[in-house]
Design a protein around this ligand. Structure first.
Ligand code: FAD
Length: 402
């Protein structure tokens, strides 16, 4: 009976072990995680949990008792230092844990500001782990001045929570517009207007020159020469995949741990899934940073460990909550050449449909669940409605599915 070790007790690791047991794997399973909390959902960390609207227990993916019930040896607060593929062992300090099959679900780590520009000052936070959020939450008092560096989803969600809690929020985005890396200008415009209505001072095309302060951050000099006072800073400038263990073990890396279409790394006994893994996609490779990808890929890898021989084909979707707006995204917009705007069905709602030629690639739906649902079903089925039908407010969206 094979002995499976999984490194990384996050979304993908938890999904993988559950699936292995569901599939009837009878051998031992060890799930090793550096954090001290049982596997939990990260999305609420920059949304409901940060706002104080969600209890800790509701973050957990499953109650702690579940892991013992399904005979998963969950080892929390345990960092794996090294993998030895030749002897099939992982090293935790002086302890050695053998494996027949190893899975890497090591996630990703937030990029931090260099110490040379003040990144190591007290009061400079990132949002990745529960401990990050618990450390910054007491600073969220009304009237506090927060600088958010980075206008991606995490920075914008943190800005929305801070504004709702009555803080003075300044957000700087070095690129020409917020969400530039991930969304069309129309979506950026929608969220810029939403944040400005809520009092957030968004400055685009403006980077951070350096943070100021002795010991604790007290100010920031921006790239346009402006200096502002700050009480604390939240840095949301992207993440790097957790490849260190794999790289040191000599596994192939290509924008993440390189896996084949089934999720196997360059060593046939070692697999990878979730944020840390890049998989074949079209002519190239893709690495996704989302909950749906972590779950679906982990489940596919679990099936393949048990011999299913499945190819991992992602069906991407994503969401973001800011103020009273729920953004739902279906598909991947990479390579789009035009945007079709569909008027919203109520005030403050809208949807933007991304096309490459006549092919529908993705939909951004703001408070438009129906546009999201129809768009997702169309994209998953490889169908593309005519842009004229999409843009016509008289079109019943469901009719596009026929
Ligand atoms: P993780 O959940 O990060 O788990 C990896 C785990 O591996 C970590 O616990 C880490 O400590 C552990 N680990 C790493 N190295 C070692 C080691 N050497 N030894 C032991 N343990 C190790 N996605 C969405 O789809 N929608 C959202 O709205 C959304 N919002 C987000 C908001 C925030 C604030 C964050 C941080 C992420 C958000 N995401 C969202 C992304 C989503 O949470 C991730 O894509 C998902 O958690 C990836 O799962 P994973 O298992 O690959 O990695």
């Amino acid at each position: 009976m094979s002995n499976i070790v999984v490194i990384g007790a996050g979304q993908a690791g938890a999904s993988l072990v559950a699936r292995l047991r569901k599939n009837g794997h009878e051998g031992t399973i060890t799930l090793i995680g550096e954090e001290t909390s049982p596997p939990y959902q990260r999305p609420p960390l920059s949304k409901a949990y940060l706002l104080g609207d969600m209890d800790l227990e509701r973050l957990y993916l499953r109650p702690l008792s579940y892991y013992a019930e399904v005979r998963v040896d969950l080892r929390l607060g345990t960092r794996v230092d090294r993998i030895d593929p030749a002897t099939r062992q992982v090293h935790i300090g002086d302890e050695v844990v053998p494996f027949d099959t190893l899975v890497l679900t090591t996630g990703s780590a937030p990029r931090r500001l260099p110490a040379a520009i003040g990144g190591a000052l007290e009061g400079v936070h990132v949002v990745r782990d529960l401990t990050d959020v618990d450390a910054m939450e007491p600073r969220f008092g009304p009237g506090a001045k927060v600088l958010i560096v980075g206008g991606g989803y995490i920075g914008l969600e943190a800005a929305a929570v801070a504004a709702k809690k009555g803080l003075n929020v300044t957000l700087v985005e070095m690129a020409e517009r917020i969400l530039q890396r991930v969304a069309a200008p129309e979506t950026s415009d929608f969220f810029r207007a939403l944040h400005r209505e809520n009092g957030v001072d968004i400055r685009e095309g403006v980077g951070l020159d350096r943070l100021l302060g002795e010991g604790h951050v007290s100010g920031a000099r921006l790239s346009d020469g402006t200096e502002i006072e700050v009480d604390f800073v939240i840095v949301g400038v992207g993440i790097a995949p957790g490849t260190a263990l794999a790289e040191a073990a000599g596994l192939e890396i290509d924008n993440g741990i390189k896996v084949d279409a089934q999720g196997r790394t360059s060593d046939p006994a070692i697999w990878a899934a979730g944020d840390c893994a890049s998989f074949p996609h079209g002519e190239g490779r893709l690495r996704l940073e989302s909950v749906p990808n972590a779950i679906d890929m982990a489940e596919c890898v679990a099936d393949n460990i048990m011999g299913a021989g499945k190819v991992y084909v992602p069906q991407p979707w994503f969401w973001s909550d800011q103020y009273d707006v729920k953004l739902q995204i279906a598909g991947l917009n990479v390579g789009y050449d035009r945007i079709i705007a569909r008027p919203g069905s109520s005030e403050g709602s809208a949807s933007f449909w991304y096309y490459a030629g006549d092919r529908l690639l993705a939909v951004d739906a703001m408070n438009e669940p129906r546009a999201y649902m129809v768009g997702k079903r169309l994209i998953d089925a490889g169908k593309s409605p005519s842009p004229d039908a999409v843009t016509d407010p008289e079109t019943d969206l469901k009719s596009l599915l026929k």
